[in-house]
Write a protein that binds this ligand. Structure first.
Ligand code: HEC
Ligand code: HEC
Length: 289
């Protein structure tokens, strides 16, 4: 039984690698431009950050460039982008009092357009207490410690509505996470994880998103696995997907056991993956199929 199990895994691994290696290779759709609502141009490529040491060549690419024309088109117009329903819900929540203190986010932070501009582009970051926090941690800290309200689940709809609404305020601004100083030890751990082979397939993030971006795996055009568009709308799920939710999905695809959304491990991985997109403009909220 055990042997059979192992052989199946080996066969699956061989089949997966063969699928990637023999599939057609296609360039990212560099002839297309992400111009939102016909006016706001968001560049979808940038010079590769120095720390990558050429691992992705000279250029980093947004995942948008690897999707089909219909999916790309949905992200070009905020009316066609299904995530804007969730953004609107998030903005409504921003203005609604909640918790024992009877306060709304707006009571302290005023207009989301001003106070949250650039916030998402610099996260995750190290707090005064020396912890690495993602946007979700900051939101729940305000809810529990400043509003007397309940924490939202990491992947709850309320949380994704809010992170989409906050993330939108950084759209077009380059990803600018700090990876030096206090962030360095977290970043190192995230990097180690990125290159660790997981699951029965023994595949690392890098095996797919570094060694094979541009290749097809089954019907999927492999991107560089950037996170500048999260949270995003996934047509397949007909719903919003958080960064950590995507990580869970990718680890599962290697037949591995994922860490939990919000875990220390995934926050470190998030910092490292964000840093592979340093300089790439934020696209939140993106659309993927
Ligand atoms: C009682 C006042 C208060 C309320 C209500 C409040 N916050 Fe905050 N919030 C703060 C303070 C103070 C900080 C830390 C100082 C700062 O960075 O502005 C902060 C920080 C943040 C940050 C991190 C900002 C950064 O630059 O890293 C985010 C994101 C945030 N709040 C979101 C929210 C959201 C979303 C809500 C509503 C669900 C909310 N806050 C409600 C006072 C509040
Ligand atoms: C077996 C191949 C494979 C492995 C291993 C893998 N992924 Fe993925 N990943 C995919 C596929 C396929 C997609 C969907 C197409 C795309 O965007 O590349 C995807 C999408 C993503 C996306 C969404 C990109 C976007 O712009 O929408 C992120 C982020 C991502 N992966 C991160 C990771 C991380 C982090 C790891 C390691 C924990 C990992 N992936 C491991 C196959 C893989």
């Amino acid at each position: 039984m055990k042997l059979q199990h192992t052989m199946t895994a080996v066969t699956v691994l061989a089949a997966t690698l063969a699928l990637i290696a023999t599939g057609p290779r296609a360039e990212p759709a560099q002839d297309d431009q992400l111009v939102i609502n016909g006016e706001e141009e968001v560049p979808t490529q940038a010079p590769a950050p120095a720390h990558l040491d050429g691992a992705l060549g000279d250029t980093i690419y947004s995942g948008w460039l690897f999707r089909d024309p219909d999916t790309r088109a949905m992200q070009k117009d905020d009316f066609d982008n299904p995530m804007f329903l969730f953004v609107d819900a998030g903005i409504e929540t921003w203005n609604t009092p909640d918790g024992t203190e009877g306060k709304s986010c707006a009571d302290c932070h005023n207009a989301i357009e001003d106070s949250m501009k650039g916030v998402r582009a610099a996260l995750p970051k190290v707090t005064e207490k020396g912890e690495l926090w993602s946007l979700e941690n900051f939101v729940n800290d305000c809810r529990t410690n400043r509003m007397g309200a309940e924490a939202w689940g990491w992947n709850s709809q309320e949380m994704k509505n809010m992170t989409a609404a906050i993330g939108l305020q950084s759209r077009g601004m380059p990803v600018a996470v700090a990876i030096d100083g206090e962030a360095a030890p977290f970043w190192e751990k995230g990097k180690e994880m990125y290159y660790t082979r997981y699951g029965q397939l023994e595949m690392s993030c890098a095996n797919c998103h570094e060694d094979n971006y541009g290749n097809y795996i089954r019907s999927d055009h492999l991107s560089q696995g950037q996170i500048n568009g999260f949270p995003l709308y996934r047509l397949k799920d007909q719903g919003a997907v958080s960064t950590h939710q995507r990580f869970v999905g990718c680890v599962r695809d290697t037949r591995g056991v994922p860490f939990e959304a919000g875990s220390q491990e995934f926050r470190e991985l998030e910092l490292y993956v964000a840093s592979r997109g340093l300089g790439l403009p934020v696209e939140t909220p993106a659309v993927r199929h």
